[in-house]
Design a protein around this ligand. Structure first.
Ligand SMILES: Nc1ncnc2c1ncn2[C@@H]1O[C@H](COP(=O)(O)OP(=O)(O)OP(=O)(O)O)[C@@H](O)[C@H]1O
Ligand SMILES: [Mg+2]
Length: 366
C-alpha cells in the first residue's frame, strides 16, 4: 500500500524548474532514498512532502488523504502531517541538555509527563545514549549529537520520517556507524522513510528502493540491485558505482554466425545473450570494474594486450587501470594483486555482464 503519493508534482522558482512533474508512490514501511547530484531537486521534493514548500502544481496524498492539491485548493500545513524531520544541520538547542532537546517538541504536543519520561528512556536506549541525559550538545561528539537528533525524531512517534542528508556532517567512520544505526532502527520501527542523499554508497546501503533524480526528473525508481545492475540510462550508470562503470564505444558485428562487440582494443563474442539490433552502428558497452577478469596477455584471446597504467591496492581490493589506445578500463580485484605497473595483460568479460546503451539517446538497449 502506498503511504505517500506524489502526482505530477512540480515546483518552479521563477524561471527555474526545481522539480519537474514527479510521480512517485512511497510504499508503507519502506526506506526510500532520493539520490542525485547537487541541484537535481531532492531537497525541494522532500520539503514539498513535508509541507515546508508549496508545490507549483500537482497533488500530494498520504494514506489516500489529500495533503496538497492546486486544483482542489487543499494545503495541509506541516504540523498537521504527522511527519518527523531530520536535516543536515541537526540543530540541537545548544543551551539545552539531551533530555530537554528531546522533550521540547513533545511538551508542545500536550503529551503527559509520565509518557514523555518513558519515551525519552526508550529512545535513548534505542540510540544507545543512556547516561547522556544531562549532557549539553557541546559535550557530545558529532555522531552522538546526530543520534540525539535521531532520538528526537523517533520520540515524536511520527509514522513518516523525512531525512535530508542527515549524515553529511559526520566524518567517514561515524557515517558508517550511523548507517548501521539508521538501518537497525528502521528495521525495528518500520516507519515509512524518505531519505535524501547525493552519496550513492549511502543510498545503496540503506534503501529498499532508490529514486535516481536528475534535472528535477526521476530517472529510475528501483531496488538498489536493479539500479546497480540494470541502470536504465547512461546518467544512472555513471552516477552509481565506484570506481565508475567502464564505458567502451564500439560496434556489433556478425562473423561466422556469431555476434561480437568490437573496437580497437577488444573483440568480445556475445554468446548466450540477445544482442542488440544495431549491427555495424556505434554502441556503448558498459561493464563494472568487478566484472572484468585479467590474465597474462598470452593466455587470452578475447582482447588485445592492455598496458597496466596504475595499480591501486586498498587492502580488501585493488583497482587496476588498463589502457590500450583510447580505451581505458578500471578493474577491481579482491585483496592484493601481483599485477605490476606497465605489465601487459588481457581481459575477460562474461557477455551477460555487459549493458549496451544507445550513444544518441543514452538509454539502455539491453
Ligand atoms: N528558494 C529557492 N529559490 C530559487 N531557486 C531555488 C530555491 N531552492 C532551490 N532552488 C533551485 O532549485 C534546484 C533544486 O534545488 P534542491 O535544493 O532541491 O537541490 P538538491 O538536489 O537538494 O541539491 P543538493 O544536493 O545540493 O542539496 C536548484 O537549481 C536550486 O538552485
Ligand atoms: Mg539538498
Amino acid at each position: 500500500m502506498s503511504k505517500i503519493s506524489l502526482k505530477n508534482l512540480t515546483k518552479k522558482y521563477g524561471s527555474v524548474t526545481a522539480v519537474n512533474g514527479i510521480n512517485l508512490d512511497v510504499i508503507e514501511g519502506e526506506f526510500l532514498t532520493l539520490l542525485g547530484p547537487s541541484g537535481c531537486g531532492k531537497t525541494t521534493t522532500l520539503r514539498m512532502i513535508a509541507g515546508l514548500e508549496e508545490p507549483t502544481s500537482g497533488e500530494l496524498y498520504s494514506d489516500k488523504k489529500v495533503l496538497f492539491s492546486k486544483e482542489k485548493g487543499v494545503y495541509v500545513p506541516p504540523e498537521m502531517r504527522n511527519l518527523g524531520f531530520m536535516f543536515q544541520s541537526y540543530a540541537l538547542w545548544p543551551h539545552m541538555n539531551v533530555t530537554r532537546n528531546i522533550t521540547l517538541g513533545l511538551e508542545s504536543k500536550k503529551i503527559p509527563s509520565s509518557e514523555i519520561k518513558n519515551r525519552v528512556n526508550d529512545v535513548l536506549n534505542k540510540v544507545q545514549l543512556n547516561g547522556y541525559e544531562d549532557r549539553y550538545p557541546s559535550e557530545l561528539s558529532g555522531g552522538q549529537q546526530q543520534r540525539v537528533a535521531l532520538a528526537r525524531m523517533v520520540a515524536a512517534k511520527s509514522d513518516i520520517f523525512l531525512m535530508d542528508e542527515p549524515l553529511s556532517n559526520l566524518d567517514a567512520m561515524l557515517r558508517i556507524d550511523m548507517r548501521s544505526e539508521l538501518k537497525h532502527l528502521h528495521n525495528e520501527l518500520g516507519a515509512t522513510t524518505v531519505y535524501v542523499t547525493h552519496d550513492q554508497v549511502e543510498a545503496l546501503t540503506l534503501s529498499d528502493r532508490i529514486v535516481v533524480m536528475n534535472n528535477g526528473k526521476i530517472q529510475q525508481c528501483d531496488t538498489p540491485e536493479a539500479i546497480y545492475k540494470k541502470p536504465q540510462n547512461l546518467f544512472i550508470a555513471k552516477f552509481v558505482g565506484s570506481p565508475p562503470i567502464n564505458l567502451m564505444k564500439g560496434i556489433i558485428v556478425k562473423e561466422d554466425n556469431s555476434l561480437f562487440f568490437k573496437n580497437e582494443a577488444i573483440k568480445l563474442e556475445l554468446k548466450g545473450v540477445t544482442a542488440p539490433e544495431t549491427e555495424n552502428s556505434e554502441i556503448i558497452a558498459a561493464v563494472r570494474a568487478e566484472d572484468i577478469a585479467v590474465s597474462p596477455s598470452s593466455s587470452e584471446k578475447q582482447s588485445e594486450a592492455f598496458n597496466v597504467y596504475s595499480v591501486l591496492p586498498a587492502g580488501s581490493e585493488t583497482i587496476i587501470t588498463l589502457q590500450r589506445g583510447d580505451t581505458e578500463l578500471a578493474v577491481k580485484l579482491s585483496g592484493f594483486s601481483s599485477t605490476k605497473m606497465n605489465d601487459s595483460i588481457s581481459i575477460k568479460i562474461r557477455p551477460e555482464k555487459i549493458s549496451f546503451f544507445n550513444p544518441k539517446t543514452e538509454e539502455l538497449i539491453l
